[in-house]
Ligand binder design. Structure first.
Ligand code: NAG
Ligand code: NAG
Ligand code: NAG
Ligand code: NAG
Ligand code: NAG
Ligand code: NAG
Ligand code: NAG
Ligand code: NAG
Ligand code: NAG
Ligand code: NAG
Ligand code: NAG
Ligand code: NAG
Length: 667
């Protein structure tokens, strides 16, 4: 009965009041705590963590403890400062703020075990640091102003001048980057898959690195079927991705961007040849994702080709031309690397010979490029061609700016930026002027693109218009600007679909293959390829989105996209249009995950750990003594309040008197 419940006895009533009181205190504590937190913590907003990646057998990268790692800040500007951190300092643990040039300090003894291959050390500057496992967090502070804030805090609250005992409070930093996955891909994928078969709400701890390859054909092919055995295809390939020690920081200017930009320019030049549609052989342009992590993209494409899941079967490949790193030619030379193993077969050897001769012919009339052969016994540099050679003996060549070790000092590092390949602009120009300014690097790469375009033309059987194949330095410079300086420029905006416009930020694009895909780079490369090789169709928006209703159009042969188009003359609206091309995406997820072989040694097994929270903040900490005192006082207050509560509770029937209703039900 309602009245019965309403008239509760004195006992329960007083407990209710007490509950409410303690609830109020708790709430006040929470709110107060928040504002205190805001006062004492300064969050660092522009950081990039080093995160954990796993392969079949190892884990690499960094992590913090689950509640974040805290330490007193020490700024290390020279080697001697490290002494303090490692041995002398009286307040360990320390958080070290290390200048970029000292970042290799801990690793000078590690060998370059990753990028070497049968005798040639391709990357002698590399120290394998990015493939080590660290049990502490490492963050990159991307913004100079935030570094200044930290340094200021350190300078204001560090040791006394004569190096004696430090005076509290000290400036401390806390880094959170706890990783869920441990040990290896085999372990974390097994854990995730057990979870997902038994739990409705599975807790996934790691995800495979995956994205999409971009590919297109010079002449359209039916993507719903497969090619006839006598349809020969020449493949032009390059990679789309790079990496660095830090998560999602991968400028990759020389290791990826310069090469795929060159290939895009070559694709444009070749498409303009007057007789493309009558060439005896077809040309396929492939841009592989995830090559940095044991060739995810190319191994998947080879796998699909073998399984008949790709319209071009492996047997139809006539030859293979790959662009390695090409932006740092110290002289005019462009080196042609070939594979010595496959050439043990006499017929392959002849084909490779023809391939090299074709390239030399194509380069003959191009200024500033001299093609050079290497000793026949030298192994291939790291390249996608190796994945194809594993499956089948094909004739292939890798073009690169180096004969032996890389010219790129900053291979797969945060310093592989526009400056590394000398793409710099005068300060006084506007973004629009920068976009169209033809840099020397762009001219040099356009020459390489011309060589590539002409070679592909001849390899496809063309003879009559070799000299009309000419790459446009303007295209190269715009692409370099867009990928290395500012993605959000007028050209990239005009070639993308409306719903993809947020993929263009004001900063350079990063080329780390992610776990959520397609990434910014993948989309932009696809649409740039569509713009450079496709045609604008006179179709309405509805027709463009569903071309099956238009009798002359065919979705098996072409890809259609409704792009934003350029701004109109009064710069208020865009002039959207339908672009028809053969630029498509194909999955770049390692076959190891397709086959659930998580400890595969054949395919890439790289996964990225999941995490809950990544952040960094600085604050002042008091001395241990003061902390202890505060804690003790806190305990004192707690004990006191417990005693008071107990007394009040015990004497509640005296303190809180309420009239007892006759016949009320007690609880
Ligand atoms: C980060 O952003 C917060 C809020 O905007 C600001 O209070 C704080 O000062 C920033 N951190 C640094 C180091 O500038
Ligand atoms: C996994 O990565 C580690 C560190 O780079 C390497 O030593 C190891 O050989 C890799 N394992 C496989 C199966 O590729
Ligand atoms: C650093 O601060 C100055 C002055 O507040 C500002 O002009 C500059 O753009 C900032 N630099 C960066 C990299 O944010
Ligand atoms: C040097 O250290 C002593 C304590 O050992 C301290 O009293 C003094 O102020 C310090 N001098 C300076 C210049 O910091
Ligand atoms: C493409 O191939 C599929 C399957 O073989 C076929 O049904 C379709 O008609 C073909 N399309 C064209 C344009 O040839
Ligand atoms: C050489 O390669 C061709 C084509 O890949 C193959 O048909 C032929 O059998 C090979 N010859 C030898 C001796 O392996
Ligand atoms: C090149 O031109 C000649 C004469 O115009 C023509 O007979 C030949 O078929 C052309 N070659 C190709 C591959 O188009
Ligand atoms: C990439 O795309 C995302 C999602 O649209 C966007 O938030 C981010 O700023 C882009 N990154 C860059 C470097 O442009
Ligand atoms: C490519 O972009 C340029 C510049 O926005 C434009 O003039 C051209 O029509 C585009 N081409 C295609 C095929 O979309
Ligand atoms: C585009 O198509 C419309 C109707 O389909 C037609 O009226 C117009 O003339 C066409 N424009 C061009 C440039 O072909
Ligand atoms: C801009 O130009 C379009 C036609 O191109 C016109 O419809 C529109 O009214 C113009 N807007 C302004 C603000 O002038
Ligand atoms: C408060 C204090 O002692 N600050 C010193 C911190 O260290 C720098 C140099 O490392 C000195 O210049 C500051 O005076």
């Amino acid at each position: 009965m309602a009245t019965d419940r309403g008239g509760s006895g004195p006992g329960p009533g007083s407990t209710g009041l007490l509950f409410l009181l303690s609830f109020c205190v708790l709430l006040a504590g929470l709110c107060g705590g928040n504002s205190v937190e805001r006062k004492i913590y300064i969050p660092l907003n522009k950081t990039a963590p080093c995160v954990r990646l796993l392969n079949a057998t190892h884990q690499i990268g960094c992590q913090s403890s689950i509640s974040g790692d805290t330490g007193v800040i020490h700024v290390v500007e020279k080697m001697e400062d490290l002494q303090w951190v490692l041995t002398d300092g009286p307040n360990p643990p320390y958080m070290v703020l290390l200048e970029g040039n000292l970042f290799t300090v801990y690793s000078s003894s590690y060998g370059s075990e990753f990028a070497h291959c049968r005798g040639v050390t391709w990357n002698p500057e590399g120290n394998g640091l990015a493939y080590e496992d660290f049990s502490f967090p490492i963050f990159l502070i991307k913004n100079e102003n935030e570094t200044k804030v930290i340094k200021q805090c350190y300078h204001d609250h560090n040791l006394s001048q004569n190096g004696s005992a430090p005076t509290f409070p000290l400036c401390a930093m806390q880094l959170f980057s706890h990783m869920h996955a441990v040990v290896s891909t085999a372990t974390c994928m097994r854990r995730s898959s057990i979870q997902s078969s038994f739990s409705i709400n599975p807790e996934i701890v790691c995800d495979p690195l995956s994205d999409y390859n971009v590919w297109s054909m010079l002449k359209p092919i039916n993507t719903s079927g497969t090619l006839e055995p006598d349809d020969r295809v020449v493949i032009a390939a390059t990679r789309l991705d790079s990496r660095s020690f830090f998560w999602n920081v991968a400028p990759g200017a020389e290791s990826a961007v310069a090469s795929f930009v060159t290939q895009l320019a070559a694709a444009e030049a070749l498409q303009k040849a007057p007789d493309v549609n009558t060439l005896p052989r077809n040309v396929m342009f492939a841009f592989f994702q995830g090559e940095t992590f044991d060739y995810i993209g190319s191994s998947r494409m080879v796998y699909d080709m073998e399984k008949g899941k790709f319209p071009v079967p492996l047997e139809n490949i006539a030859s293979f031309v790959e662009l390695g790193q090409v932006a740092l030619r110290t002289s005019l030379e462009l080196w042609m690397h070939t594979d010595p193993m496959s050439q043990k077969n006499e017929s392959v050897r002849t084909e490779v010979e023809e391939l090299l001769a074709t390239l030399e012919r194509s380069g003959a009339d191009v200024p500033d490029v001299v093609l050079r052969r290497l000793s026949e016994s030298q192994a291939l540099p790291p390249s996608s061609l190796q994945r194809f050679l594993r499956a089948r003996n094909i004739s292939g060549v890798v073009l690169a700016d180096h004969s032996g070790s890389f010219h790129n000092k900053y291979y797969e590092s945060i310093y592989d930026t526009a400056e590394n390949i000398n793409v710099v602009y005068p300060e006084w120009l506007s973004p629009e002027e920068d976009l169209n300014l033809v840099t020397d690097t762009a001219k040099a790469l356009a020459n390489v693109a011309t060589v590539l375009g002409r070679a592909l033309y001849e390899l496809a059987g063309g003879t009559n218009f070799t000299h009309t194949v000419q790459a446009d330095p303007q295209t190269v410079t715009r692409l370099l600007y867009g990928f290395l300086i500012r993605a959000n420029n007028s050209w990239f905006q005009s070639i993308l679909r409306h719903d993809l416009r947020s993929y263009l930020g004001d900063s350079p694009l990063q080329h780390y293959i992610a776990v959520s895909s397609p990434t910014n780079t993948t989309y932009v490369v696809q649409y740039a390829l569509a713009n450079l090789t496709g045609t604008v169709m006179n179709l309405t928006r509805e027709q463009c989105q569903d071309p099956s209703k238009v009798p002359s159009e065919n979705k098996d042969l072409y890809e259609y996209s409704w792009v934003q188009g350029p701004l109109n003359s009064n710069k208020t609206d865009r002039l959207p249009r339908c672009v028809r091309s053969t630029a498509r995406l194909s999955r770049a997820l390692s076959p190891a995950f397709e086959l659930s072989q998580w400890s595969s040694t054949e395919y890439s097994t790289w996964t990225e750990s999941r995490w809950k929270d990544i952040r960094a903040r600085i604050f002042l900490i008091a001395s241990k003594e003061l902390e202890f005192l505060t804690l003790m006082v806190g305990f004192g207050i707690l004990a006191f309040s417990l005693i008071v509560t107990y007394c009040v509770n015990a004497k509640a029937d005296i303190l809180f008197i309420a009239p007892r209703e006759p016949g009320s039900v007690s609880y």
